[in-house]
Design a protein around this ligand. Structure first.
Ligand SMILES: *Cc1c(COP(=O)(O)O)cnc(C)c1O
Length: 482
């Protein structure tokens, strides 16, 4: 047979949708990019979107909606209490997770806030496969501690293990023994482990985790924000899931969980969040906090339009064609970069492509935030904004000492169904240029450092004039072009 490349996701990705609405992008010249990143305090969160060419900061609330989602937004029922929209969302939620109770919240961290208020007390522990920034901050603010028990291989940059997001069951048993089951607030499992490269866990590992939790009478909490990617990988990489439908896999995860929460800025391709459970007792406790912090029980801080979009988005999450675009584009980007010798996390996960800044910039010490520096340099080189996921995204301990992250990553998120293949090729190309010129890049230091979640709005400056050198080199190599 002739060498045909036409098949989904294996030699090059094929989108199972067409684009019907577009937004114009700006690519400003490199000198202006230099000015923009200085004004933003070298923090990509503080860039203005008009100065950004491809926004690869996050996949949160920026995924492309389907025509059916946008249409559903038009028939939202505006009312404070008892809206038809809520009834529809509740129904689709209960159907999706097969659960009895659903509580709405304005986004993922709002669910985390409610969970930690109810379950976490001083001296309590939350074992987890890996933490997420807001989840950890909300647990520690209530006096709890987080124990990260991801399998060893999960923290290795290069691997071909299909489920690097698995929790180490032996360590989980040890931590429960060490603190005593009464001091374990809950076990938190994060689907599509965000901070270590969007890596999934297997259904098998989740089943084991659930057994341990049930034997010790500890609630198992599933953070399902990135469940769509995790599901895709269960189906593709786990023999036991091969013949299951996506919905059967979801229902299995749900059956093994006591509480499920999620950010609908990711799951459901909308903007909002929610908590599901089958336990009447948990439901009653958590329900008390919804009107207090979120809004009335039939909207929880979400707009009715978004709620309609989420209901449809959830439904579409069970269609492999609708959720495959993210993973297959990421697969392409990671494999291309890997072939070119650029250090990226493998195997390809969900969420985005994660560049290993510790190796990319092995001459920049961790206290000068290599991943932050790489983010600045990459924006200068390309107009693309990524997000630092490393030491900068941690916070200092009580004595003001840096907490060095296990990994120093520049995350290039791929908002689902947003970018074309040529844009992804551009992103690859500029990263290759930067890699060739990586010795020009040096570190950053804070000049404004907030105590909590400093990565969101802290400001930094380069430790030398390396950025002007990088801009000069760009001009030399690219001539007149942007
Ligand atoms: C984004 C995210 C959250 C927080 O959700 P928000 O809607 O941004 O508050 C929690 N957990 C995971 C895994 C996430 O990716």
């Amino acid at each position: 047979m002739a060498k045909v490349k036409f098949y989904t996701g294996e030699s090059f990705p094929l989108e199972m949708h067409k684009v019907r609405i577009i937004q114009k992008l700006n690519l400003i010249p490199v000198e202006e990019r230099g000015k923009a990143i200085t004004e933003a305090g070298n923090n990509t969160f503080l860039l203005q979107n008009r100065d950004v060419f491809m926004d690869m900061l996050t996949d949160s609330g920026v995924n492309a909606m389907s025509d059916r989602q946008v249409a559903a937004m038009m028939y939202a029922d505006d009312s404070y209490a008892g809206s038809e929209t809520f009834t529809r969302l509740e129904k689709s939620m209960k159907n999706f997770f097969g659960c009895k109770y659903f509580l709405p919240a304005h986004q993922g961290r709002a669910c985390e806030h409610i969970l930690s208020q109810i379950f976490v007390k001083k001296g309590y522990v939350v074992p987890t496969n890996y933490h997420f920034t807001t989840a950890k901050a909300l647990i520690t603010v209530n006096g709890g501690v987080v124990e990260e028990l991801i399998i060893k291989e999960g923290l290795k940059i290069k691997s071909d293990l299909p489920f690097k997001g698995n929790i180490d069951i032996e360590q989980l048993n040890e931590v429960i023994k060490k603190y005593g089951p009464d001091k374990v607030a809950y076990v938190r499992m994060e689907a599509g482990t965000n901070l270590v490269g969007g890596q999934p866990f297997s259904l098998e590992n989740y089943t084991e985790t659930s057994k341990v939790c049930r034997a010790n009478n500890i609630p198992l909490v599933l953070d399902a924000s990135l469940l769509a990617d995790n599901l895709y990988f269960n189906k593709k990489r786990e023999a036991a899931c091969k013949d299951m439908t996506l919905h059967e896999i979801v229902l299995k995860f749900a059956e093994l969980s006591d509480i499920i929460y999620f950010s609908a800025r990711k799951l459901g391709f909308g903007r909002g969040g929610g908590i599901c459970t089958n336990s009447h007792e948990h439901f009653l406790k958590m329900r008390e906090l919804i009107p207090l912090y979120e809004g009335f029980l039939t909207y929880g801080g979400m707009s009715v339009r978004e709620m309609e979009a989420i209901a449809v988005g959830l439904d579409e999450t069970l269609d492999e064609d609708m959720i495959s675009q993210g993973p297959i584009f990421i697969d392409y980007m990671v494999k291309e970069l890997d072939k070119l010798g650029i250090p990226v996390i493998t195997p390809p996960g969900g969420l985005g492509c994660h560049v290993d800044a510790m190796s990319f910039l092995d001459h920049v010490p961790q206290n000068q935030y290599p991943a932050g520096a790489l983010g600045s340099a990459y924006y200068i080189a390309s107009g693309i904004r990524g997000m630092e996921r490393g030491t900068l995204s941690e916070q200092r301990d009580e004595d003001g000492k840096e907490y060095y992250s296990n990994m120093e990553l520049l995350r290039l998120a791929l908002p689902r169904r947003v970018f074309t293949l040529s844009q992804v090729n551009y992103a690859i190309d500029r990263l290759v240029w930067l890699y060739e010129n990586r010795r020009l890049v040096e570190g950053l230091r804070f000049y404004e450092e907030p105590k909590i979640l400093r990565f969101f709005y802290g400001r930094l400056e380069p430790v030398s004039d390396w950025q002007s050198k990088l801009i000069a080199k760009f001009r030399q190599d690219f001539g007149e072009s942007l």
